[in-house]
Design a protein around this ligand. Structure first.
Ligand code: CNA
Length: 307
């Protein structure tokens, strides 16, 4: 089985003190990666696109990520009273004291935030028949809310849509988890705490995650967006596409294999604000108007579903 593992152990074992590793400041965006990848898409060379996404796709919706200094959740956990940032998503810590997670969950709970242009860009990939699958680490449900169908979506770190006892795994409807109330819900069989099926450090990933064994070898373009690629096993997925497959990183800074100099052949990256980068990408592709239209069409439904 696969467990989420602590980011600290990953950076020690995986990246260590690699002399080839560059600081993000010593790297600039590759030679117009965005336009060359857009050209490939326009020429019909990429029809099985896999998207790998992280918290950076939702910051434009007002949800902080984990690791951005200053604004990230890890820099703002004082009020939750945890000994170290990852404790809030650690299953053993939760077992002893679920309160910090439930306090934070109120904020992350779906309903308070709307999908942004980036989510709709991914849906447009599907609309154009180009999306093989999107693998997201996010638990905010915004991919679903923007209309990406279930069969195209892998919520690799789970979601708030269902809940279960963290000890005996008895399933509960998500409403019973009562995230928005101040009571910590308990299992009627074993009295342990019921938690939303968000994957914590030390827990198994959902079965659907294993679709990656079929998808990544088939992909003809990998787009990685808004993730620090620090959490395993998710982070290593990006190394499982064929070596001739173009990989495009869209992020504020270089991460994972994109920190190496020189970049692998067919690796591209575009560094900067993701919302702005995706708009430029959509413009290169000639999709901007259609995405705006799609957002407008979905607005009423999103409005109804949001608080
Ligand atoms: P992370 O480690 O916080 O990394 C986010 C990455 O996105 C960083 O490299 C940032 O520089 C980058 N980034 C953030 N905003 C922007 C922006 N506007 N433009 C460009 N780049 C940007 O988060 P990861 O997703 O890598 O870590 C995985 C964790 C985070 C998962 O287990 C999630 O459950 C968890 N998380 C999810 C949410 C959510 O659901 N929205 C929010 C916070 C954390």
């Amino acid at each position: 089985t696969y467990h989420l593992s602590s980011p600290a152990s990953i950076s020690l074992t995986l990246w260590g003190s690699d002399p080839l590793r560059a600081t993000s400041s010593s790297l600039s965006s590759s030679q117009s990666g965005l336009s060359s990848v857009a050209l490939l898409v326009k020429r019909g060379r990429c029809k099985k696109v896999v998207v790998v996404a992280g918290a950076g796709i939702s910051t434009a919706s007002g949800i902080p990520d984990f690791r951005t200094p200053g604004t990230g959740l890890y820099a703002n956990l004082e009020k939750y009273n945890v000994p170290y940032p990852e404790a809030i998503f650690n299953i053993d810590y939760f077992s002893n004291d679920p309160q910090p997670f439930f306090s934070l969950a109120k904020f992350l709970y779906p309903g308070g935030h709307r999908p942004n242009y980036i989510h709709y860009f991914i849906r447009m990939l599907h609309h154009k028949g180009l999306l093989l699958r999107v693998y997201t680490q996010n638990i905010d449900g915004l991919e679903k809310l923007c209309g990406i169908p279930d069969e195209k979506l892998v919520e690799a770190h789970g979601s708030f849509a269902t809940a279960s006892c963290h000890l005996c795994h008895t399933p509960y409807p998500s409403e019973e988890c009562a995230i928005m109330s101040d009571n910590v819900p308990t299992c009627s069989f074993c009295a342990a705490t019921v938690k939303p099926d968000v994957v914590f450090f030390g827990e198994d990933l959902p079965q659907k995650y294993f679709l990656h064994t079929k998808d990544f070898p088939k992909a003809d373009l990998l787009i990685i967006m808004g993730t620090s690629l620090k959490i395993e096993p998710f982070a290593s997925l990006v190394n499982t596409v064929g070596s001739s497959v173009p990989r495009l990183l869209l992020n504020r800074h270089a991460v994972g294999p994109f920190e190496r100099v020189p970049l692998r052949r067919r690796d591209h990256m575009e560094l900067g604000d993701l919302a702005e980068t995706i708009r430029r990408f959509a413009e290169f592709l000639g999709w901007n108007g259609e995405i705006e239209e799609m957002m407008k069409d979905r607005e009423a439904l999103v409005g109804e579903l949001c608080l």
